[in-house]
Write a protein that binds this ligand. Sequence first.
Ligand code: ADP
Length: 449
Amino acid sequence: MFDKILIANRGEIALRIHRACKEMGIKTVAVHSTADADAMHVRLADEAVCIGPAPAKDSYLNQAAIISAALITGADAIHPGYGFLSENADFAEMVQTHGLTFIGPTPDMIRMMGDKISAKRAAIEAGLPVVPGTDGAIASLEEAKQYADHMGYPVVFKATAGGGGKGMRVVYSPDQLAEAFHLAQEEARVSFGNDQLYLEKYLQFPRHIEVQVLADKYGEVVCLGDRDCSLQRNHQKVIEETPSPALNQSQRKELLEKVRTAMERIHYTNLGTVEFLFEDGRFYFLEMNTRLQVEHPVTEAVCGIDLVREQIRLAAGERLGYRQRDIRFTGHAIECRINAENPETFMPSAGKVGCWHVPGGLSVRVDSALYSGYKIPPYYDSLIAKLIVTGRTRNSMLMRLHRALDEFVIEGIETTIPLHQKIIAHREFIDGQYDIHWLERTLPHLKQD
Ligand code: ADP
């Protein structure tokens, strides 16, 4: 087992990883930008190294500085968290080249899944159903037009190097095609330095359902249930829950079995998430995330497995030690992503946190790196807290979430707590009747209430 792990991240996830390390008796090294000198992950870690100025490209994305920090402090492994370098295959390789362990799958696997076209090809070969679309990058507008006419509208342009919903453009009719093509290309070039696009059929009312997987280096794979992440804004998740209210037991069983077999076939290792769209009783593979996800705590809540601990154990070469049939799922869990944003305009709201009071009580978990008096820097993601609540039934979980949101006090900055309160009071949400466009359709009405 590792003696010391460097955590190449910030915010709540850096703290989450630190906690798992401490419970395993592993020492931690925090890295931080100059803007994060007072951050909680820096305060709690055994050691901390400043790796550069505030902009992420000079600090949290500064590969050489991070590797140097690991070597200087004598760390044996690097945990990348999510975002930043977590899905950068070259970084994972560089970590290995320096004699350190990258806590994640192999660089080759990250590379294959990081390119959406090669990921889709791998999914097809592994027996997973995919969204109908081009089987490679599109060479020209003319080619896109032929595909779209053949598939039928609406269609969506997506960046092969995509992530975070960027470089996606939906096209409802042929006259919109040219403009969408150029805009998507431009956005992909700016965001990813790669303007390759592909085309997919655009599903109109799907749900986003994903499966959490764990796999050891000896061929044992388990699926830790599904998560429904259909509540989105701008293709970004807002609320996630497990189990999905949209699936019946036989659909769930079929999905988990398909994913488990696919992971065995591609020899996946460590932790990952396979994402699908689900419409009219059918699943369509979307992409695979080869890292820990923001919403991992809902899975932990229903199956009682510490996913970060498992990631570390598996990276150290340990065996999973249990099988699919040993996994027990209990109750329902939900997560609200609380952002430092105006709940109506979604304008970021950086600044100094005043009073900070987190909800507690049975089955309530708050993952956050905030504290009273902390100044939220304007340079990074606006996620400031995750509220995770569990209940024996979906209804009791929602009642508990309601009271937990009411107890939450964050003063000095604007947060999306009022938005969450409105969403969970909405009849359609309570009934579990929502697809990936529900929030955007419903937002104008939520504001008036
Ligand atoms: P990213 O990696 O940028 O997050 P994804 O491929 O995971 O991109 O898609 C993000 C979100 O966009 C999905 O959760 C879904 O809401 C929507 N989406 C993606 N592809 C389609 C599609 N073919 N039809 C309808 N919605 C889609």
